[in-house]
Design a protein around this ligand. Structure first.
Ligand code: DSN
Length: 411
């Protein structure tokens, strides 16, 4: 009997309804091609770390300075996670408590900005993130964000234009990072701009953290004052956040996380974070990240050969954006048609999109999940064909199920 079935036995007896939904979800994950760029499949070891008695404890504060008794094991655990994070990223200081990437960003803003201060960040519709100043997010409501975007023709960042915006607006923080940008980000260039205007530099590497620790993307740690990330994407860890910073900012960052924006840390998640940092130092992890890049490049190339327009002409990382305008369907329709064929994607704006974020003109595809299943370039070629055939409304669901069965997630 598999690990999964053994671990759900008690729940099945006590709450069969919830257990049934979880079992249905396992089947959905096993039988669909998951191409959402921000998702991944954790190993059973990560799930074991998350599902432990550590969930029972309040450990507000930090190692050696807790507000509750009985925290000796939590001090050991949090110190272990902190030391591993610092070593993995070669960072001076790490805070492993943020519950999410949004809360990690919130803590940095809270530590170094006053309401109304200016921040320069990437436009959400060009690939940025909600917490980079969207007017419907706390960031855009509390602070005055100015946005840079990509160029209309090349669809890549123009650092000279970003510099000019920085000189004009003199932001207090510059945010470098994205959730839908398929190209490399030049953090050294961002540092120069930040220095010229006296701004702090925040690198939000939530999407590309795995590639960075594997040495496959420029590293922001030597350049940025603060680096934030999630662990559940390319890092293949639990859902949660992390902040790295220079030693001189450590106290302010720690105070901003707790008691500034959070109370009790989720210690069971911190156990899984510690394990993620350990695994990310292995040769297997580096090979996995290399395969993500090979797979994404192959998927982009094969789709392009089939006539699809890929935003910016390709990809350097784990994701690509497909512009569906010439296929006469919106991103929303594309996502829905693909889902009918068990291919899971998300609709995504393309730069200068005329459609709303709810409709969009594109879809975002990423390969971390299918790479975790063991798929390689040959399978990417198959997937590109299935995407084309599904969007042409051909019946290919069974073929998608067959390829998924060849690459089980949890044996
Ligand atoms: N929702 C994540 C993404 O899909 O990129 C970012 O928070």
């Amino acid at each position: 009997m598999s690990w999964f079935h053994q671990n759900i036995k008690i729940l099945e007896k006590i709450d069969p309804k919830v257990a049934e939904i979880i079992k249905k979800e396992l089947l959905r994950q096993e039988l669909t091609l998951e191409l959402i760029a921000s998702e991944n499949f954790v190993t059973e070891a990560i799930m074991q770390a998350e599902a432990q008695v550590l969930t029972n404890k309040y450990a507000e504060g930090y190692p050696g300075k807790r507000y509750y008794g009985g925290c000796e094991n939590y001090d050991l655990l949090e110190n272990l996670a902190i030391e591993r994070a610092k070593k993995l990223f070669s960072a001076e200081h790490a805070n492993v408590q943020p519950h999410s990437g949004s809360q990690a960003n919130m803590a940095v803003y809270f530590a170094f900005l006053e309401p109304g201060n200016k921040v320069l960040a990437m436009d959400l519709s060009h690939g940025g993130h909600l917490t980079h100043g969207s007017p419907i997010n706390f960031s855009g409501k509390l602070y005055k964000f100015i946005h840079y975007g990509v160029e209309k023709d090349s669809e890549v960042l123009n650092y000279e234009k970003i510099r000019k915006l920085a000189l004009l607006h003199r932001p207090k923080i510059i945010v470098a990072g994205a959730s839908a940008y398929p190209r490399k980000i030049d953090f050294a260039e961002f540092r120069k701009i930040a220095d010229e205007v006296g701004a702090y530099l925040l690198a939000d590497i939530a999407h590309i953290a795995g590639l960075i620790v594997a040495g496959l993307h420029p590293d922001p740690v030597p350049y940025a004052d603060f680096v934030t990330t999630t662990l559940q994407k390319t890092l293949r860890g639990p859902r949660g956040g992390l902040i790295l910073c220079k030693k001189e900012f450590a106290e302010k960052i720690d105070k901003a996380v707790f008691p500034g924006v959070q109370s009790g840390p989720q210690m069971h998640i911190i156990a899984a974070k510690a394990l993620t940092f350990l695994l990310a130092k292995t040769r297997e992890f580096k090979d996995y990240q290399k395969q993500i890049i090979l797979n994404t490049r192959t998927l982009a190339q094969k789709l392009s050969e089939k006539g699809f327009r890929i935003v910016s002409g390709g990809t350097d990382n784990h994701l690509l954006i497909v512009d569906l305008r010439q296929n006469n369907i919106t991103g929303k329709e594309g996502q829905e048609i693909l889902e009918e064929a068990n291919i899971v994607t998300n609709k995504n704006t393309i730069p200068f999109d005329s459609q709303s974020p709810f409709i969009t003109s594109g879809i975002r595809l990423g390969t971390p999940c299918v790479t975790s299943r063991g798929m390689k370039e040959g399978e990417m070629e198959e997937i590109a064909l299935y995407i084309q055939q599904a969007l042409e409304k051909k019946e290919i669901k069974q073929k998608v199920i067959d390829i998924c069965k060849r690459f089980p997630i949890y044996e």
